[in-house]
Write a protein of this length. Sequence first.
Length: 400
Amino acid sequence: MSSLMYSGKVDPHFATKAIHAGKQTGQGTSTAVVSPITLSTTFVQTEPGGNCEYVYGRSNNPTRNSLEKCIAALENGKHGFCFSSGLAAMDTVVHLLKGGDHVICGDDVYGGTSRYFRKVIDCVGVDVTFVDTTDIDSVRKAIQKNTRMLWLETPSNPMMKLSDIKEIADVVKQYSQDILYVVDNTFMTPYFQQPLSLGADIVLHSLTKYMNGHCDVVMGAVVTDKDDLNQRLRFLQNSVGAVPSPMDCFLVHRGLKTLHLRMREHMRSGLAVARFLESHPCVAKVLHPGLPSHPQHDLALKQTSGFSGMITFCLKGGLPEATVFTKNLKIFVLAESLGGFESLAEIPALMTHASIPKEHREKLGMSDAMIRLSVGLETTEDLIDDLDRALRQAVNVGTN
């Protein structure tokens, strides 16, 4: 772990929650220490039309319920919901809106989120305004009479911009209690950041990433501590029907049991790689909230209790150099996604964020020479050697 001083503190009971929350041990006739996987799609009812907890697999499933309880506990929320993907979770949350409503969205978000807000939601008459949520005045000015949702990622993807969750919550709720405040916590996980405690109404995750941590499941989740939202989201989860399989739920629940250990190592190795890149002659710029050079470094120390393994940097040159760099990596894998045990590298402008209009990418500073890294769990020195070799093969730095 870094010696950086954080105002935000890691939940001292996080590991215990991750291992025990949602366990089915001792329930019913099961004495299994590991919660069983319930694959049945339908369940015995005691009488016709009776009020049974389990009736049909889409509506409710014991394995999914166990995972939902665990995720809610980790986020210090009351109600958890799992979906077949992160975008399925997003789609269900957006179903809380109606035609004529207005959404404020951060200007730097996951490419799929941007695509959904730009090309899907307008067909049902919902307007979206993209703003720089690091600027509280821009957020305040974007609020309209019909604004009903504010959506952001912090850190943002891929520019690693940080927004002040609590300050934005204060502004939004002062204007109207009817605005739902949604924070995508995928990059940080509840181990390092807990948006509900800072004023968010809903926290969203792509469980595909750090929460599962093994790149073998696609899934999403939503957590809230509001009982009225619980009723609405539970109805939508069942009615829209984008639910995950019991086997996938089991795998994610298993992954959560080591989340605290994995995140500590992602942070340690990620900071080491970021510091290395910042001093490298082939690198023009590094974006990592743990570096003092990051424009929101002080906010990071106040709002979070650490960092994940996500790094964005620009190498010297352009697309040709970036392409050569990715082709010469031996340990980092050229692939989309993030948060797994293996280290990944990608060019956002050509991959995860290719669907974003070019002019918007350029406005954000997302150049073709920008690389996004997901630092995995390999030996840190091996990762640094891999990056150093690939950078020197891609960029001409004279005698270096």
